[in-house]
Ligand binder design. Sequence first.
Ligand code: ADP
Length: 540
Amino acid sequence: MRGMMMDRPLRVADILTYSEEIHGTAGIVSSTVEGDIHRESYAEMAARCRRLAKALRTMGIGPGDRVATLAWNGYRHMELYFGIPGIGAVCHTLNPRMSPEQLAYIVSHADDRVVFLDLTFVPLVEKLRSRLPDRLRYVILADAASMPRTSLANVHCYEELLASEDDDFGWPDFDEDTAAGLCYTSGTTGVPKGALYTHRSLVLHSLIVGVSMQNSLRAGRRLLPVVPLFHANAWGAAHAAPLTGTSLIMPGPGLDGPSLWNLMETEKVFAAWGVPTVWLGLLEEIGKRGRKPAGLEEVVIGGAAAATSLIKGFEDLGVSVCHAWGMTEMSPIGTLGFLSPEQTSLPARERLRLKSTQGRRAFMIDLKVVDGEGRRQPNDGEATGELFVRGPTVVSAYFNNEEASAAAFDGEGWFSTGDVASISSDGFLNIRDRSKDLIKSGGEWISSLDVENLAMAHPHVANCAVIALPHPKWGERPVLVAVPSVDRPEPDGIRAYLEERLPKWQVPDDIILVEELPLTATGKVSKLTLRQIYADHKLP
Ligand code: ADP
């Protein structure tokens, strides 16, 4: 028997109108590229999104058209997040940290019509201009007074476009499976691939994130997403914050420790989300100032494995850490490191151990681990294999890429994450490595994440990565590339420390000290680049 309830499509614009009516006084505080602080309520944002919708239509943008953004976290970028999909077009976030080749490839692969860009990125696009389609139009996210001189053709001013329309606009209806957002993976594993989100998947994801992150996301709370809007919906903050009435404190381009500390302190930020490298910078700043920014209570760390020492660093300051795992292809949230009420009262060591795992699955996300023959492994915390996922917020294919799509799913339609993991009997996911980062030494696997986690606990290691280098006898051997936290650290001291704690064959053959580690476009340590840099390195 079928139920008898209305069939009302889920639309991204419904989040906007709900937030305008129910949470109209909460909003967005933006540290802008022009250098000032801008404040806009969700009610004001909704009205400006309606003007934007009309302006897009005036520009000839219609259903299905891809509209790109190249912008930091700020209020205008948020307006694009709602205005573009609101009319049935696709908001395609470009990652400005990608190489020029990748950006040119992505813009033409996505067949973007218009690029909305921050002032800071005008020189970047000018350089790319000859590789971009001629018909592409550009809208600079600025007012008339701040418009730059540029060699680009087909240029518009964002504030002038909005000023030329009124906000008398009703959001159109369409099927909830209509495409709403497009985000390419950063291409650390090959050519960037597009995840094409639907209205339905984004609304579901914001509900899932909203119920999971009840500390960070709540009416009256203030959340600082360091994770960019161009990195998988800022992990859902873009939609879940207006939905729940959480105000967003947007850092613009200032993502270093001192800038973040100052913004958090003056804007009384309650929670902040970002990748480990960002939090290492903030902890260093906290060390210098002797205290955390007033009011900071929660930090969500994701995108790459959070070392136990990093988690402990925040928890010792009274800042609760949630270690989360996900992927662009999963909108992106997959698992979250929240403890149950019983686990919260466990001894500190045990709590820290649980928090160092990637946590438990989010609602509607199914996880399975399979061995090399595709056999499902038990959730016993021991059996390790490739992690597969499925759910309504997981991609069903890559955008216009049949080859990558064919390779990404198993016979039952589960998505292959490329991560190697185990799952404990109470559901805690333990990511051991990305499969391509695992080190195969003499027929045995070494988890680079395990070795890094240990090395990070050494007081002279500020940041590090463990990579595999080819070895004539063992096939591959691990090498530790570390950024020291003191002037003249002793590699032998670090080695002795690791020797005491690791099986002999897992101890890195070499320890290379460097001033900084290369980062990927999403701000994670790039092991691919490290492997290239040290390809000819002679092992001792
Ligand atoms: P990109 O590959 O474009 O940088 P993604 O965010 O999609 O961006 O990367 C997803 C991958 O990042 C995961 O498959 C996993 O390897 C890694 N990752 C994300 N979060 C964690 C985490 N908490 N611990 C370990 N690895 C993580």
